[in-house]
Design a binder for this molecule. Structure first.
Ligand code: ADP
Ligand code: MG
Length: 780
């Protein structure tokens, strides 16, 4: 170890020399000049002092002031200068993959090195780091998984948790674990970084840790709300007569919108009513289709956005435009919509770019660049452009006022991912993005009174999502009792949510009666997907029907590739129905559609295939790449081989696929009773339920199976099942729930409750026969 120490010392000296050389080179000087112009630079010495004197510190500062790129670097540089370069080990977490990658690229460049030397990154399934990496940017999930195998973070000197104001579930979780670790690692430094000013909350969570604020430089931004925009641009919205019976509209879609509108933000609904009155008073009608859709959390008025963008391109001074949308799919539909526009689609005048978590690195570069020749850059972004990514030349921001947010209703135990109104903090943050280089303008596409009704801050994710994956992680990290652990969170979740998650994990066999991890649970905790999807993957591997199950799981994680254009609804539905012929399964329809697409792709006919069959090739491609990732995950934990033939020995057996799908989706199960003219469905928690029109089982006259399993249900007035697969009694009996624990008898006991509820006690007999046969088989 003396020899090792010598090597480290020598290496440290080398690093110091390298840094000096870089700082004296002409490029290095230029870079240094830029870095010195950032507001963080003024605080450098003060920052390093606080870090050396305290175990925990909380930093807040305006977005773009240099927190993410500079502060971790200051620590690295000061260690290098002190001749300890090879001894420090700094980890900086980011909530998103894309920011971990792009930040590490930037920092390596500022540091005058190639990525993967002193500065590296690691995200799920991908990374760039070497033996000499001293500053590692990684996703929060990666650090959590490291804690699984290395509970005291041996050798790590600094942990920096970035963007804590977002209050993501992983970040809140990580903070509980680190808080627990700190007393055991007195030499470890923890630095929390946040964009907004709720630093006090975090400081008091860490026993009054010191806080530090970095003042930013931003130029004033003028905010305009919908009423100002309409007045200034003279835009007239087209009348929409149905608004008055809004809420009594018959179609489920409208009902769903009205419900979420009323229930989730009743104060906003009444603010909208006020807005309507103000508007009437001012003499322009806001009771229109576009404005309603732009106020409705579930949709966004494309025409209004188009109008505002045209106004900017035609009348405003030069400067990039940043448009905040809710998600990937919105961004792409809007992009298509704008491409068709004579002015906005004219590439000699407008450069349209998309910025979201799964963009390519070429797209990423373009976002930071200045287009030439007076071309106007318009970036369509998700809320990741709120804080994680800074585009310097933005002068105009268009804010739709919404973001996609998972919400979870513990009473119905139903999760949903829907666009909903953002918080005041987020709206302010979006606005601030326009003032980086000069004064800017922000167009909020909603009335001021709607803004006034926004929440101050967004609810932490821990309080609005199901906790199943999190509970599994708590168990696999051996953090003790789940409910006790979670009660020490910054803002603990409701006990009912915790109970639901634990019950669920017991039902699917991931935890035993005493809340201990089962073998299945341990495997599931190694797969970074929802437990139900993980279970399907594991069984797909075990039963050698891997390929179709990979498709099903990837499809459920991305989104439905079947598209239903409003004007060709019937044709689209019959195209999907065609794939499902005889299958009574949305999931098997997807498998068949995907397989057909792969064949067509091989003959360069993928595009026509998608066009003919109402499929989105973009989504199919996303599914394709996710399938590969899932395959690698399974290989990592040793469940599949490279031999595709073995892995797929039973892939053509559709009943086996049904059974595996059932194993994953249970207890998402509904009974089927075929009536004369309709099909009656019922679940244990909800009673009678209905199927979405987009489900292939929604349009069949009869389902020749006694049960459906489903992945997703959404509560409107009645509950709707979004997708489903028909299964038989024996599939339910053998694959529903958990056979491994408590043997077959324990399984029967658990299922007994379900069978009794659905008044099918006779199935218990079938079950004993099955069980006897199975036992005989095992004996043989
Ligand atoms: P913060 O974390 O405080 O929001 P950052 O450290 O991310 O700020 O960014 C500081 C500054 O560095 C930004 O204002 C931007 O000008 C610049 N910057 C960051 N990333 C890049 C990049 N990839 N290319 C060019 N400039 C960048
Ligand atoms: Mg940052």
């Amino acid at each position: 170890s003396v020899a090792k120490e010598k090597i480290l010392q020598r290496r440290s000296l080398q690093l110091r020399q390298q840094q000096q050389d870089w700082k004296e080179s002409s490029e290095g000087k230029k870079m240094l000049e830029f870095r010195r112009s950032l507001p963080a630079f003024k605080e450098k010495d003060a920052f390093l002092k606080v870090v050396s004197e305290n175990q925990v510190i909380v930093i807040s500062g305006e977005t773009g002031c240099g927190k993410t790129t500079q502060l971790p670097q200051y620590i690295l540089e000061s260690e290098i200068e002190a001749g300890r370069g090879a001894l420090c080990n700094i980890i900086c977490t980011q909530p998103r993959r894309i920011s971990a990658i792009s930040v590490s690229e930037r920092v390596a460049a500022e540091h005058g090195e190639k990525l993967g030397e002193s500065v590296g990154y690691k995200v799920r399934l991908e990374g760039m780091r070497g033996r000499d990496t001293r500053l590692l940017f990684c996703t929060t999930g990666v650090l959590l998984r490291r804690l699984l195998v290395d509970r005291s973070l041996k050798g790590v000197t600094h942990v920096i948790v970035d963007e804590i104001h977002e209050r993501g579930m992983n970040e809140d979780f990580l903070l509980i674990v680190l808080k627990d670790l700190l007393p055991r690692r007195p030499d470890l430094r923890l630095i929390l970084m946040s964009a907004t000013l709720n630093a006090e909350l975090f400081s008091s969570y860490f026993d009054g840790a010191p806080t530090m604020h970095i003042p930013g430089f931003t130029f004033p931004v003028r905010a305009q709300f919908l009423e100002d925009i309409l007045e200034r641009t003279g835009y007239r919205l087209t009348p929409y007569n149905q608004i008055d019976d809004y809420g009594q509209e018959k179609s489920w879609k409208m009902q769903k919108q009205a419900q979420s509108f009323k229930k989730r933000k009743s104060q906003i609904a009444s603010a909208v009513e006020d807005a309507l009155e103000v508007a009437d008073y001012k003499g322009y009608s806001l009771r229109t289709k576009e404005s309603m859709s732009c106020w409705n959390p579930d949709s966004i008025g494309f025409n209004l956005i188009e109008h505002v963008l045209c106004h900017i391109v035609k009348n405003e001074r030069p400067g990039a435009v940043l448009v905040f949308m809710t998600g990937w799919d919105d961004i792409h539909s809007l992009k298509d919509h704008l491409h068709a526009h004579p002015l906005l689609g004219d590439q000699s005048r407008v450069l349209l770019l998309a910025c979201h978590g799964s963009m390519s690195s070429t797209e990423q570069k373009l976002i930071f660049e200045n287009p030439e020749g007076g071309v106007r850059k318009i970036v369509l972004a998700t809320n990741m452009a709120e804080t994680s990514i800074t585009i310097n030349d933005v002068v105009f921001v268009v804010d739709c006022g919404k973001a996609k947010e998972t919400s979870y209703d513990a009473l119905n135990n139903t999760p949903c991912l829907l666009p909903s109104w953002i918080s005041k903090a987020a709206a302010r943050q979006r606005k601030g993005r326009a003032g980086r280089v000069q004064s800017g303008e922000c167009y909020h596409l909603y009335p001021k009174c709607v803004y006034d009704a926004f929440d101050d801050y967004q609810l932490p994710e821990l309080l609005r999502t199901p906790l199943q994956s999190l509970c599994l992680q708590i168990k696999s990290l051996q953090l003790g009792s789940i409910s006790e652990f979670l009660s020490s969170a910054l803002q603990p979740p409701e006990p009912l949510s915790v109970q639901n998650a634990v019950d669920y994990l017991k039902i699917i066999g991931a935890l035993d009666e005493n809340e201990n991890l089962t073998v299945l649970g341990r495997k599931l905790s190694m797969l970074p997907v929802e437990p139900k999807l993980g279970k399907m993957l594991i069984l797909g591997a075990i039963f050698n029907c891997l390929d179709p199950i990979l498709t099903v799981v990837a499809g459920l994680s991305v989104r439905d590739p079947f598209v239903v254009p409003a004007d060709k609804k019937d044709l689209a539905e019959s195209a999907k129905g065609h794939f499902a012929a005889g299958a009574y399964s949305d999931h098997l329809a997807l498998v068949r559609a995907y397989d057909g697409w792969k064949d067509a792709e091989a003959q360069q006919a993928g595009y026509e295939y998608c066009w003919r069959n109402f499929l989105s090739s973009q989504t199919l491609r996303a599914i394709d790449s996710l399938r590969k990732q899932f395959f690698n995950l399974l290989k990592d934990i040793g469940l599949v081989s490279n031999n595709s033939e073995t892995n797929n020995k039973w892939s053509n057996e559709e009943h086996l696929l049904r059974a595996v799908i059932c194993a994953g989706l249970f207890p998402g199960i509904s009974s089927v009773v075929n009536k004369e003219k309709s099909i009656a469905l019922k679940t244990m928690e909800d009673g009678p339920v209905l199927l979405y029109a987009s489900s292939v089982n929604g349009s069949v006259p009869k389902i020749p199976y006694p049960w459906l399993v489903f992945n997703e249900k959404i509560k409107v007035n009645t509950v709707f099942l979004r997708d489903s697969t028909a299964i038989s009694d024996s599939m339910l009996l053998l694959f529903g729930g958990n056979i491994s624990k408590g043997g077959l008898d324990g399984h029967l006991k658990m299922l007994g409750g379900y069978l009794e509820f659905f008044m099918k006690p006779e199935l218990a007999k079938t079950y004993s026969t099955l069980k006897r046969e199975l036992e005989e088989l095992i004996q043989k």
